[in-house]
Design a protein around this ligand. Structure first.
Ligand SMILES: Cc1ncc(COP(=O)(O)O)c(C=O)c1O
Length: 390
């Protein structure tokens, strides 16, 4: 038996977890004012970079005494800059529950070769016991684990009077989940996630305590120019007013300004969070009426509202080997892609088999709902062809 194809397609069939869907209404003409062919150090370039920082502060509600910098190499660049510049001064606790978090642990242990490291780990779909975190240590964690769809529920587990710094990779959380700035000393993200901007530039937000560490501690290892935030023991303040370390793309800057303008126009952070929540609710509603699908994160309190990861729980599929289950998920996604009804929503390569559907603010709930109809169709088709082949 084959299911009927749904009557309509999503208006925008983009559900990738990065680069994410452009904001509704985006066209290349929105970038007509880009300062192309001009120096980023000229007044026009500097003003645009400064505006990107100011609007980031406004939309994300970053405290006035936190520095915000635009840095090279996207979120990875911003995280590495922080790890290499700040760590080594005291013990470190790493908290990881999926691929990206594990990647930072690996850098800390194998590249920086820090010895006094306490690792709190959990598998895909779960969160480690956050009450075990030692507030005397520096803490490195990812706010939203993009590859498992698990996020921290809040920052209540971080002490207000902590001695260490908290370094938080918030790239798939910023602009979609509330960040508790008072508990965060370093926050990083990129432009291409929840605002659907262009890739390659990273954002680095520093608390006054993080700045104090930078000005009082020099790591024992060499720092490449691209990571250096201090000059003669003092913070290089220029980075935090738009004097970037090296050359940014003014086309990407214009696009980020457009995304921030859109974010403001829909109602700012609260509205962005509400949009992501509504998109995720469309998936929860689908799950409630669909016996063969479930969330990878069983606990709704830690379930992401951006990178929503789901698993197929049909007994005929769960009986298959992990490789065959991954193959099934990929075929299902490919069937939807072939119909131009949804792209890039298969599980991350290291994560358990299933679907990962981006639900950030630039996605429309109606499109998520239509996507689920196509997934229903593709599931029936893929399962039928599996039975035929057996
Ligand atoms: C949690 C997390 N950290 C880091 C990265 C890497 O980001 P970028 O490619 O912007 O460096 C990603 C990308 O998906 C991510 O989801």
């Amino acid at each position: 038996m084959t299911a009927a194809k749904p009557a309509s397609r999503p208006n925008v069939p983009h559900f990738s977890s990065g680069p994410c869907a452009k904001r509704p209404g985006w066209t290349p003409e929105k970038l007509n004012d880009a300062a192309l062919g001009r120096s980023h150090r000229a007044k026009i370039g500097k003003n645009k970079l400064k505006l990107a920082i100011d609007l980031t502060r406004e939309v994300l509600e970053v405290p006035a005494d936190y520095r915000i910098g635009i840095v090279p190499a996207s979120d990875t660049g911003a995280v590495e800059m922080a790890l290499w510049s700040l760590l080594g001064a005291r013990p470190v606790t790493t908290i990881a529950w999926e691929s990206f978090g594990e990647g930072w642990v690996s850098d800390i242990v194998k590249e920086l070769k820090l010895k006094d490291v306490t690792k709190l780990h959990a598998g895909y779909g779960e969160l480690p016991d956050l009450s075990k975190v030692d507030p005397k240590s520096d803490i490195v964690f990812t706010w939203n684990g993009t590859t498992s769809g698990v996020r921290v529920p809040n920052a209540d587990w971080i002490k207000a009077d902590r001695e260490g710094l908290t370094i938080c990779d918030a790239t798939s959380a910023a602009f979609a989940q509330p960040l508790d700035w008072a508990k965060l000393d370093v926050v990083t993200f990129s432009w291409q996630k929840a605002l659907g901007g262009e890739a390659a530039h990273g954002m680095l937000v520093l608390s006054p305590r993080a700045v104090a560490r930078l000005e009082s501690y020099t790591p024992p290892w060499p720092l490449p120019k691209i990571f250096r935030m201090t000059k003669g023991g003092k913070l290089n303040e220029g980075i935090f007013v738009g004097e970037t370390i090296n050359t940014p793309s003014m086309l990407c800057v214009e696009d980020y300004l457009d995304a921030l303008g859109w974010a403001k126009s829909v109602g700012g952070l609260k509205a962005l969070i509400a949009r992501a929540d509504a998109n995720t609710k469309a998936l929860a509603d689908w799950k409630a009426k669909t016996p063969w699908i479930d969330f990878l994160a069983a606990d709704p309190a830690i379930r992401s509202n951006t990178s929503v990861c789901m698993k197929v729980i049909d007994p005929a599929i769960t009986a298959l080997s992990p490789d065959a289950q991954a193959d099934f998920a990929k075929k299902l996604v490919a069937a939807v892609e072939k119909e131009n009804a949804g792209f890039d929503f298969a599980h991350y390569r290291d994560a358990p088999a299933g679907l990962r559907i981006w639900c950030g603010a630039t996605v429309e709930a109606k499109d998520v709902e239509i996507l689920t109809q196509w997934i229903d169709w593709a599931f029936a088709e893929t399962k039928a062809s599996l039975a035929k082949a057996a």
